[in-house]
Every structure is written in C-alpha cells, then in structure tokens.
Ligand binder design. Structure first.
Ligand code: ADP
Ligand code: ZN
Length: 299
C-alpha cells in the first residue's frame, strides 16, 4: 500500500497526516502555525523517514495554485505575519523528491468529499467552510476550479439583513459575506462567542440569511450537484434547515431541479468525511499527484 503525505495548512495549525490511496488516515500530528521556520521544521520532521510517495497540500490563502506561474507553490498575499510570499512547495521540494499537488484548503476539501465523501459518485460539488473566515472550493468533472488563480467565494457581496447594524469585519470589504457571517462576525455582533449562542437565538436566522444568499449565488453561477458546508460555525445544526428554507425562498422556484425542491435535505449537507474533510482533502490531492492525472497541477 502506497503512503501518501498530506498537509492541511491552516492559519492556526498545520495538520499533517499519512494516508492511503483509498482515503484511510494512518497517522496524524498537529503543529501550531508559528513562523514558517518553526512550523515547517516540525512538518518536515514528521514526514522524514516515513517513505511517502506523494504529497498533497491544502492551504490557507491566498495562494498561487497555477503551475507554470512564477509564484506557483507560494502562499502569496496573506496578511498573516511571516507567511506572505512564502514558497511552501519549494521548501517541501528541498526535503522530499516526490510528486506534489497544491491547492486551497477548500478546493482540497471539495476534492476529498468528491472522492470519498458526500459527493462521491457525482460529477461536481462545492465545499464551503464557515469558520474564522469563509472560503469555498469547487470540483467540476474531477478538477478543482481555477482561473486567474483560485476562486475567493467567501468575499462576495451580500444584501444586509434589515435588523443588522454590524459594520462587518473584513479588512478589505467590510460587509462582504466573510465580514458579516464568519465566526468572528457572530462574536463581534452579539458580544458572545458563536458556540455560546442558544439554538433559538435570532443570530441564527440572520446567519442563515447571509449564508443562503451565498449559496444562491453559487447555485446560479456554478450549478454544483452538491453543496457541503463545514467549519466551526456549521456545528450549529439548526442552521441547516434555516439555510435550506431561505435558499428556496430566494431562488423562488427559478431553478427547477429535484435537488433544489424535494431533495434539498440531501443537497445541502455536512461533510461526509466529518472533521477529517481537510486532511482527507490533502490526501486526495496527494493521490492526484501520484496518479499524475492531467490537470492535477502536479509538480
Ligand atoms: P478555522 O476556520 O480557524 O480553521 P474553525 O472552522 O473551527 O477553524 O472555525 C473557528 C470559528 O468558528 C471561530 O470563530 C469560532 O468561534 C467558531 N465556532 C467554533 N465552534 C463553533 C460552534 N460550535 N458554534 C458556533 N461557532 C463556532
Ligand atoms: Zn471581504
């Protein structure tokens, strides 16, 4: 059985793992995100001597996932101190001479769900995380969605809720989706952590109002066959029925498909891979690298 290396590079912690081509996770370890020097030393030590045959990296962004670009493999314009313009794949290549695949954490998670999780057997899916930030990735016909770079679906504009006076916390756009609906927006608006708001608090109706608008845009623009919602905030299970109901109201019957009408419960779902969605996604990226599939962005 071939061993695949996987890195879920997050702004708070790096989760490293060894997995197999059928998606099993054999081993894992987690390191805090400090400076690249400190964190990458831990990461490299974890993989050394383990005999990995490919490596997949799903990373916080913005990143450059476009092979051939001068900054391919870099974490690029992140405001996170020390990590701006950091060549993460270049550093890993110095230590491991194996095929690698590099993408956003959410594109990786979408690929993991497509390969082994909630979207298994489908042609396309979208994965959105609602956590410290909001990001979404998509897989279409087995390939992660790219363009100039990667999509930034967390920063789309949303219509303000009539009862909402919160200005939004996105440093770039103020009241974009992330500014209004990521975990820190809940905490800043209601002065209490999202996890401490009761399930019947009005915060959730407002939260669902923003997330349903985002999903409407994703449905209209990408028409994904499944939408998977993960991240800390989506641990609030009561959000799912609220989001489904509001999405239907917003679409108002314009897009006619059973997935958007009677089967909505199976259309908007939690990750099939649960809390492993990120790490499994990185294993799926490594599998692509190993297979060297066309469009796998292998270097
Ligand atoms: P990250 O986005 O940093 O990878 P998470 O997906 O765990 O990590 O998201 C963290 C954010 O989610 C924080 O803003 C936190 O307050 C919020 N959060 C975590 N758990 C819950 C919960 N059970 N209910 C509501 N919000 C939560
Ligand atoms: Zn923004």
């Amino acid at each position: 059985m071939k061993k695949l290396g996987a890195i879920e590079a997050g702004g708070t912690k790096f989760v490293c793992g060894i997995g197999t081509e059928d998606g099993q996770i054999l081993e894992r370890a987690s390191f805090p995100t400090e400076t690249p020097e400190i964190t990458m030393k831990n990461v490299v030590s974890f993989f050394e001597g383990k005999g990995i045959e490919a490596l997949g990296v799903g990373s916080f962004g913005p990143i450059d996932p476009i092979p051939g670009s001068p900054t391919y493999g870099y974490i690029t314009t992140t405001p996170k101190p020390h990590w701006g313009q950091y060549n993460i794949i270049g550093h890993l290549k110095q230590h491991f001479d194996v095929p690698m695949s590099f993408d956003t954490d959410v594109n990786g998670a979408a690929l993991g769900e497509y390969t082994w999780g909630a979207a298994k057997g489908l042609d396309s899916c979208l994965y959105i995380t609602v956590g410290t930030g909001i990001g979404a990735g998509a897989v279409v016909d087995g390939k992660m969605l790219h363009g100039l770079s990667h999509p930034e679906m967390g920063h789309i504009l949303v219509r303000r809720h009539l009862d909402d006076t919160f200005e939004g916390f996105c440093p770039y756009h103020g009241d974009c989706l992330e500014g209004m609906a990521a975990g820190p927006a809940l905490e800043k608006r209601w002065q209490v952590k999202g996890s401490e708001l009761t399930p019947d608090h009005p915060a959730w109706e407002m939260e669902a109002y923003y997330l349903a608008q985002a999903l409407m845009s994703y449905v209209l623009i990408l028409s994904p066959q499944k939408i998977i919602m993960g991240g800390g905030v989506m641990k609030q299970e009561q959000l799912f029925p609220l989001i489904r109901e509001k999405l239907q109201q917003l679409l108002n019957g314009y897009v006619q498909h059973p997935s958007l009408q009677e089967n909505l419960d199976q259309y908007i779902v939690s990750p099939g891979l649960g809390d492993n969605a990120g790490l499994s996604g990185a294993i799926a990226l490594a599998k692509l690298a190993l297979e060297g599939e066309a469009g796998a962005d292998v270097v």
